[in-house]
Structures are given as structure tokens and as C-alpha cells.
Design a protein around this ligand. Structure first.
Ligand SMILES: NC(=O)c1ccc[n+]([C@@H]2O[C@H](COP(=O)([O-])OP(=O)(O)OC[C@H]3O[C@@H](n4cnc5c(N)ncnc54)[C@H](OP(=O)(O)O)[C@@H]3O)[C@@H](O)[C@H]2O)c1
Length: 85
């Protein structure tokens, strides 16, 4: 299955990718942290309203796994609009 995986540079995302790589095609979404990966990576900031359409168009995935998140509450406290995206 072709899986589009957001948050692929994060703890959950990279471990999920490693687990699934053997049996599935992984296409990751990253904001630029991943320098090298054993799968295709699309660079997008998902706060950009056009980013979701852009990655779906580019990847044409059969399923999407969203591991992108604010994993701590600190950014949400300092920038209250972030969690609304
Ligand atoms: N870690 C765990 O053990 C665990 C267990 C259960 C559930 N969870 C949940 O899983 C989610 C992810 O946790 P995590 O530990 O993997 O967090 P993390 O290591 O901080 O990873 C978060 C990922 O989201 C990406 N991201 C955040 N905002 C983005 C945006 N605007 N556009 C594109 N990518 C964006 C980050 O990219 P950048 O690197 O570019 O910031 C990073 O790859 C959270 O909801 C967490 O509560 C985690």
C-alpha cells in the first residue's frame, strides 16, 4: 500500500516509517529536518492551507497516517493560534 506519512521526522513518524517500510511504499512529509531518508520525502509546512492538497496531489496515496503534531503544550501557549491549524 502507498502510505503518506506526515510528521515523518518526529519520534512517532520515523519509528512508524521504519516499521512499515518493509511491506509498504512510504512517502513522508517533513518541514526540512530530514536530510536523508530511505523513502521519498515531500517538504511542506502543513500550516500552509495549500500544503495538504499539494502533498495529496504529489503522492496520490492509498492511505494517510498523520503523525504531525505539537507534541508539547509550550508552543500552543506561546502561539495560541497554532493548535487551530
Ligand atoms: N512519542 C510517543 O511516544 C507518542 C505516543 C503516543 C502518541 N503520540 C502522539 O503522536 C504525535 C506525535 O508525537 P511525536 O512524539 O512523534 O512528536 P515529535 O517528535 O515532536 O514530532 C512531531 C512531528 O510533527 C511535525 N510537524 C509539526 N508541525 C508541523 C507542520 N506544521 N507541518 C509539518 N510537520 C509538522 C514535526 O516536524 P518538524 O520536525 O519540522 O517540527 C515532527 O516531525 C503527538 O500527537 C503525540 O501526542 C506520541
Amino acid at each position: 500500500m502507498k502510505l503518506l506519512l506526515t510528521g515523518v521526522s518526529g519520534l512517532l513518524g520515523i519509528n512508524f516509517a521504519q516499521e512499515m517500510m518493509g511491506g509498504h511504499e512510504i512517502i513522508g512529509v517533513d518541514r526540512g529536518k530530514l536530510i536523508k531518508a530511505p523513502f521519498r520525502v515531500l517538504k511542506q509546512d502543513l500550516l500552509n492551507p495549500r500544503a495538504v492538497d499539494a502533498v495529496l496531489d504529489a503522492a496520490q496515496p492509498e492511505a494517510v497516517v498523520n503523525c504531525a503534531a505539537l507534541a508539547t503544550s509550550t508552543p500552543a501557549r506561546t502561539t495560541p493560534t497554532l493548535p487551530n491549524a
